[in-house]
Design a protein around this ligand. Structure first.
Ligand code: NDP
Length: 326
């Protein structure tokens, strides 16, 4: 038996509870992992609250991330005792996920724990942090360098945003952080932001083109926020877009793209190829200051996850949440 959060369909909506589950109910997969830590991402919060249709089949154990120790493996790449990490691949959406004492998955979905991280630090980073790294890599691929000019991070006090600010600052970029929580200004400055901007300036419909300011941007918001960010990009700047915290819509014009050569680089972590994942984890090991990582994480026990999911969809969780499981 192991403990897990379980989401089940109900007459109206869904039921979510912390439950005991027998090992025999684990789904098919080549590697069984004793989960040591999981985490809470925005997508998990949407699944647990039922706010968006993340869960594809019921009953479902949510949790798009886990870090743990291999208990049994039919995959030659892994042996019992190996420390492994999982991010995405539809786990926690259509395959039972990481908010549980055990998980069984396809070995091809796992990556070995990246040295020098601990299992706990890997979940401090989680999908949000690894996506922040993918966003930074997208900016770099498109030629955005520290000397190119200021870079902007939206949703900065959230998980992706906090890690993006910390990485970009460590790499020497001048980072402006957009937040709806001015009370988090000191926190964002401690992560390395040089300027804090009020989210309200970005949330209303704006002009197709605004004064050129940003050489690069990491956007977790979508909606008018993304449209306004695109409008204020410098000539040939790049926006890495990964989220929809402000909405799925993209109410923009083509002006920034056809008049300023702006690049909108989409970032997906779920189906991201293995080579890019491994590169992102290597880069996190070199470009994320462990002291800053400690400063942006906090623990929530498995029995506190359902309440925390409600707070997260309201934008009230700062930084990253680690869920100790084992
Ligand atoms: P968090 O909940 O930790 O952070 C989201 C942040 O967005 C909030 O903290 C808040 O920051 C900001 N925000 C909330 N509501 C609004 C709004 N209406 N307008 C503008 N900003 C808002 O979530 P994550 O960091 O884990 O994820 C962020 C987004 O990225 C989500 O949409 C998530 O689905 C997406 N994502 C996508 C991935 C991919 O593979 N493409 C992978 C991981 C995440 P503040 O208070 O500072 O304003």
């Amino acid at each position: 038996m192991f403990k897990a959060i379980l989401i089940d369909k109900a007459d109206s909506g869904q039921n979510v509870a912390l439950t005991d589950i027998e090992d025999e109910r684990l789904p098919a997969g080549s590697v069984t992992v004793r989960v040591a830590y999981s985490t809470l991402n925005y997508k998990d919060a949407l699944a647990i609250t039922g706010k968006s249709p993340i869960v594809r089949s019921y009953p479902m154990v949510p949790g798009i991330d886990f870090a743990g120790v291999v208990e049994h493996s039919d995959d030659p790449q892994y042996q019992a005792g190996d420390q492994v990490v999982l991010n995405g691949w539809g786990v926690g959406e259509k395959h039972w996920g990481g908010l549980a004492g055990k998980a069984r998955v396809d070995g091809g979905w796992l990556v070995p724990l990246q040295a020098p991280f601990t299992l706990r630090q890997a979940m401090g980073i989680g999908t949000a942090g690894y996506t922040a790294m993918l966003c930074v890599m997208a900016l770099e691929r498109n030629g955005v360098k520290p000397e190119s000019g200021e870079v902007l991070v939206t949703g900065a006090a959230g998980g992706v945003g906090s890690v993006a600010v910390a990485i970009l600052a460590k790499l020497g970029y001048t980072v402006a952080a957009v937040t709806g929580r001015p009370q988090e200004s000191d926190y964002l400055k401690a992560l390395g932001a040089h300027e804090i901007l009020d989210r309200a300036q970005f949330s209303e419909p704006g002009k197709p083109l605004a004064k050129e300011r940003w050489a690069g941007a990491v956007d977790v918001a979508g909606g008018h926020v993304l449209a306004n960010v695109c409008a204020a990009m410098r000539y040939r700047g790049t926006v890495a877009a990964c989220g929809l915290a402000a909405g799925m819509a993209f109410p923009a014009t083509v002006a920034p793209f056809i008049l300023r050569g702006v690049t909108l680089a989409g970032v997906d972590s779920v189906m991201c190829p293995r080579a890019d994942r491994l590169e992102a984890w290597r880069r996190l090991a070199s470009d994320l200051d462990p002291a800053k990582l400690d400063g942006l994480t906090r623990d929530i026990a498995l029995d506190g996850v359902i309440a925390a999911a409600g707070e997260m969809v309201q934008g009230r969780i700062r930084g990253r949440v680690i869920v100790p499981v084992g």
